[in-house]
Design a protein around this ligand. Structure first.
Ligand SMILES: *[C@@H]1O[C@H](CO)[C@@H](O)[C@H](O)[C@H]1NC(C)=O
Ligand SMILES: *[C@@H]1O[C@H](CO)[C@@H](O)[C@H](O)[C@H]1NC(C)=O
Ligand SMILES: *[C@@H]1O[C@H](CO)[C@@H](O)[C@H](O)[C@H]1NC(C)=O
Ligand SMILES: *[C@@H]1O[C@H](CO)[C@@H](O)[C@H](O)[C@H]1NC(C)=O
Ligand SMILES: *[C@@H]1O[C@H](CO)[C@@H](O)[C@H](O)[C@H]1NC(C)=O
Ligand SMILES: *[C@@H]1O[C@H](CO)[C@@H](O)[C@H](O)[C@H]1NC(C)=O
Ligand SMILES: *[C@@H]1O[C@H](CO)[C@@H](O)[C@H](O)[C@H]1NC(C)=O
Length: 364
């Protein structure tokens, strides 16, 4: 339902284009969209006509504005009948603010021929939008794309890819200049990349990303950070992805903080090359704190820091257990204390100890 009483249509584009490309414009059904007129009837009629054979529900933009206080809830959006290019989304919104998208199922009735491209794109200002309990199945494009702006909450729900692990699919993509992205209790499973934080199409880094008790599982790579974001995680479950469970690229000043949870089973499905794949946490730049985390059963390295530029990191009170190799770390001015590193296959490698504190560990 569109809660039209709350719509002040100034500028917005929402596209439900999974079935046919016929466009159903609410204005053709009598919607005024001046923020005063109650357009409920017109919009309901547009939806009714749109859903007969499928199509695009289009709420047109006027230049320079934004759409505020929109609620979209209790829908199933199904891909069928025609194939779509992977850059399409079930819901595509520009300049959507203070809005809620809840209780949707986004799927395909024939995922072989008509896979789901993307789920939800919020490409513009996102001044507190909430996505709650949205289930997406067999995503081949991007599950949720978050553009510039601030305050997005993704609460609950599940984003599942096509289980290829090496396709171009992305569960959640923060494209840049984004402050305050909250991900809570959401599952992100079986995609090429689980969550991608980068600065490719936005202006400036993503800023604060908060992840609490999310499941990032069975992807090609789990959480990938390629910009200068601050990423705060509590209770991570990052598991069973092939290349890395958590990865920070070179040339960032990223700050990652992880408290509690587990990083495990890297490469469990396949591990063609455990000299650089199948790792738990791989950090190439920036810094991090890992506190009270279990890093276990990764076929490659539990924690791999190949780059001397990584500095002032801390690994404290973790259990680094039964990996191909527990620690293979370099860098400077780091602290590794109070960890247990038993039952790893290869011996640990810790270089850069001169400027660092490494003590009170068992087996590290
Ligand atoms: C919308 O569908 C109704 C029947 O459900 C039909 O009477 C009406 O003509 C349709 N409107 C348009 C603009 O196609
Ligand atoms: C999927 O839905 C379309 C449109 O309703 C229908 O024509 C098609 O037969 C369905 N396909 C399957 C495999 O159920
Ligand atoms: C992000 O993009 C902006 C604009 O292109 C650029 O100025 C900035 O340096 C980029 N930041 C990073 C970390 O790549
Ligand atoms: C280390 O990172 C720098 C930039 O951050 C990069 O130029 C260099 O290639 C990296 N070295 C290794 C061994 O990864
Ligand atoms: C990292 O930075 C170095 C030096 O500035 C540059 O040569 C290299 O191409 C960069 N690497 C990437 C992957 O951006
Ligand atoms: C495995 O990775 C290492 C290091 O990157 C590389 O030298 C080697 O060629 C790779 N082997 C295979 C089989 O891909
Ligand atoms: C540790 O990692 C480095 C690359 O950072 C690699 O050259 C070295 O072989 C690794 N050591 C072991 C014992 O695997």
């Amino acid at each position: 339902m569109l809660n039209t009483k709350l719509i002040t249509v100034v500028a917005l584009q929402i596209t439900l284009n999974l079935v046919r490309s016929t466009v159903f414009n609410i204005r053709d059904y009598g919607a005024i969209g001046d923020g005063k007129t109650d357009d409920t009837r017109a919009i309901l009629e547009t939806i009714a006509n749109c859903t007969v054979n499928g199509g695009v529900l289009y709420i047109p933009t006027e230049s320079g504005g934004e759409l505020s206080q929109l609620t979209i809830r209790d829908f199933v959006i199904t891909s069928s009948v025609v194939p779509k290019s992977l850059d399409k989304f079930a819901i595509y919104a520009e300049d959507l603010v203070r809005s809620q998208i809840q209780h949707l199922i986004i799927n395909s009735n024939d995922s072989k021929n008509f896979p789901v491209p993307g789920g939800i794109a919020m490409v513009g200002v996102a001044d507190t939008n909430t996505v709650r309990d949205v289930l997406m199945w067999e995503i081949k494009g991007t599950g949720i794309e978050i553009g510039h702006g601030s305050e997005i909450r993704i609460l609950g729900g599940r984003i599942v890819g096509a289980n290829v692990r090496f396709d171009q699919s992305i569960g959640i993509h923060c494209t840049g200049n984004n402050g305050g992205v909250h991900l809570q209790n959401t599952d992100v499973i079986a995609l090429g990349t689980g969550m991608l934080i980068e600065n490719s199409s936005g202006a400036g880094s993503n800023r604060e990303i908060f992840i609490a008790h999310a499941t990032i599982d069975s992807n090609g790579r789990g959480l990938v950070i390629r910009d200068n974001s601050y990423v705060s995680i509590i209770g991570i479950w990052a598991a069973s992805s092939t290349i890395d469970q958590i990865f920070i690229d070179v040339n960032t000043t990223a700050i990652l903080s992880i408290s509690g949870g587990t990083i495990f089973n890297g490469g469990v499905y396949e591990c063609p090359n455990n000299s650089n794949w199948c790792n738990g946490l791989t950090v190439n730049s920036g810094t991090f704190i890992l506190n009270g985390v279990e890093v276990r059963n990764n076929k490659g390295r539990g924690i791999w820091i190949p780059n001397i530029s990584v500095t002032q990191y801390q690994i404290i009170g973790c259990r680094i257990f039964a990996n191909g190799q527990g620690l293979n770390v370099t860098g400077s001015s780091f602290i590794i204390t109070n960890n247990v590193c038993n039952s790893n296959q290869l011996p640990n490698v810790i270089s850069g100890k001169e400027s660092s504190i490494v003590h009170s560990n068992l087996g590290c």
